[in-house]
Design a protein around this ligand. Structure first.
Ligand SMILES: C[S@@+](CC[C@H](N)C(=O)[O-])C[C@H]1O[C@@H](n2cnc3c(N)ncnc32)[C@H](O)[C@@H]1O
Length: 200
C-alpha cells in the first residue's frame, strides 16, 4: 500500500529526521550523523525518484548518492516508509552521510527545481535521446520513474530532455538503480564530477 501522508516537504533530511519514522529496534543501528548539508558538488548532478515502489532500490540509490556525492530527491508518496528496514539494509551505513530531500508531491518538487533553475532530465524507456549522446550540465536533475509504471504523461511532458539507455531487442527495461547508476556515471564522466581521490 502506498504511503498516504508524506512529510511537510522540502527540507533536507538526514538520519535524525528519518529516525523519527523508525522502530526503536531499527534505531539501535543508527550511527551518528557525520555530514550536515553538503549540497551538490560544483560539477555534479542530482538524482530524483518519482514515487518509488521498492525500498531496496531507493536505498541502493541513496548509497550511490553518498559514494558519488549526489543529492537524492524522493518525490512522494513512496510505496514504503522512507527509512524502513529494506531501505536501510540496501543503503547500509552510507545513509548516515546521504543527502536526501523529500518532496510531498511532484508539484512541490517542481517548485524547488524551478527555484534552483535546474534542468529536469527524465530517464525513460520512451526516451528519444541516447544518454551517451546527451550533453549534461552541472546541477541537472536526473529523474527516475517508478518501478511499476515509470512516470505519468504530465511528468514526461515537464522534462527538458528524455534520455534512453538503448537495450537489446526483446528486452523492456533495466532495474531503476542500475539505470540511474549508468546515466549518473556518464554525466559525471562528462562533467569531471567524480569525487576527488578517484583514479583518473
Ligand atoms: C523498471 S523501469 C519502469 C518500467 C515501466 N514499465 C516503464 O515503462 O517506464 C524503472 C525506471 O528505470 C529507468 N529505466 C529503466 N530502463 C531504462 C532505459 N532503458 N532507459 C532509460 N531509463 C530506464 C526509468 O527511469 C524507468 O522509469
Amino acid at each position: 500500500m502506498r504511503q498516504s501522508a508524506p512529510p511537510p516537504c522540502c527540507t533536507f533530511i538526514h538520519l535524525g529526521r528519518v529516525d523519527a519514522m523508525l522502530s526503536p529496534q531499527s534505531r539501535r543501528f543508527r550511527r551518528p550523523l557525520v555530514r550536515t548539508s553538503p549540497g551538490t558538488a560544483a560539477m555534479s548532478i542530482r538524482l530524483a525518484l518519482y514515487q518509488p515502489d521498492i525500498a531496496q532500490n531507493a536505498g541502493t540509490l541513496a548509497r550511490l548518492g553518498t559514494c558519488l556525492g549526489l543529492e537524492l530527491h524522493i518525490i512522494e508518496p513512496a510505496g514504503f516508509p522512507v527509512g524502513d528496514a529494506g531501505f536501510r539494509r540496501a543503503g547500509m551505513d552510507y545513509l548516515d552521510r546521504a543527502t536526501i530531500r523529500r518532496h510531498a508531491s511532484f508539484d512541490a518538487f517542481e517548485a524547488w527545481r524551478l527555484a534552483a533553475q535546474a534542468r529536469l532530465l527524465l530517464a525513460t524507456t520512451r526516451g528519444a535521446v541516447p544518454y551517451v549522446a546527451f550533453r549534461f550540465a552541472a546541477g541537472d536533475v536526473l529523474l527516475l520513474g517508478r518501478e511499476s509504471a515509470g512516470v505519468p504523461e504530465p511528468v514526461h511532458a515537464a522534462a527538458d530532455a528524455r534520455l534512453l539507455i538503448p537495450l537489446a531487442a526483446g528486452t523492456r527495461s533495466l532495474n531503476v538503480a542500475i539505470a540511474g547508476a549508468m546515466i549518473a556515471g556518464e554525466a559525471l564522466r562528462q562533467l569531471g564530477g567524480f569525487p576527488a581521490g578517484a583514479a583518473a
